[in-house]
Design a protein around this ligand. Structure first.
Ligand SMILES: CC(C)(COP(=O)(O)OP(=O)(O)OC[C@H]1O[C@@H](n2cnc3c(N)ncnc32)[C@H](O)[C@@H]1OP(=O)(O)O)[C@@H](O)C(=O)NCCC(=O)NCCS
Length: 146
C-alpha cells in the first residue's frame, strides 16, 4: 500500500469511490473533500490510498500550526471504498499517515468522529485513539500519541 498524491491520473478514481450504504452520515463525500482540499490547500494534505495500483480509499490530513483548537496535526478525512473494506486497508492507511506526521515532527494526531451504529468509533479506539473529552460540534475528539 502507498499513499499517493492526487493527480490527473487518479483524481477520477478518488472522485468515484463511495462508502457502503448507511455510512455516508459518518464521512463527507470524496467530491466535497477534494473541493475542500483545493480551497484549503495551505493546510490540506489529500492522498489516494493505493493498493497494487488500485485506488481503494482516500485520506486527508490537516497540517496547520495555527489551528484554533491547538490541534495542528489532524486526520481530516478517511474512507475506504465499500468494495475494499474489512481487508486491513483502513488501518494500514492510518499507520502510513501517522508515519508522515512523525516525519514532520508531530508527537500526536487528532481526529473526531460522529457517533452512531455502523460508525467508526470502534475502529479508531481499536487503533489507539483516546477521546480527549472535547467535542467538535457533534463529533467526539480523540488523540493518538505517536
Ligand atoms: C472506518 C473505515 C475507514 C475502516 O477501514 P477498513 O479498511 O474497513 O478497516 P480495517 O479492515 O483496516 O479494520 C481494522 C480493524 O478495525 C476493525 N473495524 C473496522 N471498522 C470498524 C468499525 N466501524 N467499528 C469497529 N471496528 C471496526 C476491524 O474489524 C479490524 O479489527 P482487527 O484489527 O481486530 O482485525 C471504513 O470502514 C470506512 O471507510 N467506513 C466509512 C467511512 C467512515 O466512517 N470513515 C471514518 C470517518 S471519521
Amino acid at each position: 500500500m502507498e499513499l499517493a498524491e492526487i493527480t490527473a491520473d487518479n483524481v477520477g478514481d478518488v472522485y468515484d469511490l463511495v462508502v457502503a450504504p448507511g455510512q455516508d452520515e459518518f464521512v463527507a463525500s470524496n467530491p466535497w473533500s477534494l473541493a475542500q482540499a483545493y480551497a484549503e490547500r495551505h493546510i490540506a494534505w489529500p492522498q489516494a490510498v493505493v493498493v497494487d495500483s488500485t485506488v481503494v480509499g482516500f485520506i486527508m490530513l490537516q497540517f496547520d500550526p495555527d489551528d484554533d483548537d491547538g490541534r495542528p496535526y489532524q486526520l481530516w478525512r478517511l474512507m475506504i471504498g465499500a468494495d475494499h473494506q474489512g481487508k486491513g486497508y483502513g488501518r494500514a492507511a492510518l499507520m502510513l499517515a501517522a508515519e508522515e506526521c512523525r516525519r514532520r515532527g508531530a508527537t500526536e494526531l487528532f481526529t473526531s468522529w460522529v457517533l452512531g451504529d455502523g460508525g467508526p468509533e470502534g475502529f479508531y479506539i481499536g487503533l489507539g485513539f483516546v477521546p480527549t473529552g472535547d467535542w467538535d460540534e457533534d463529533e467526539k475528539v480523540a488523540r493518538l500519541t505517536l
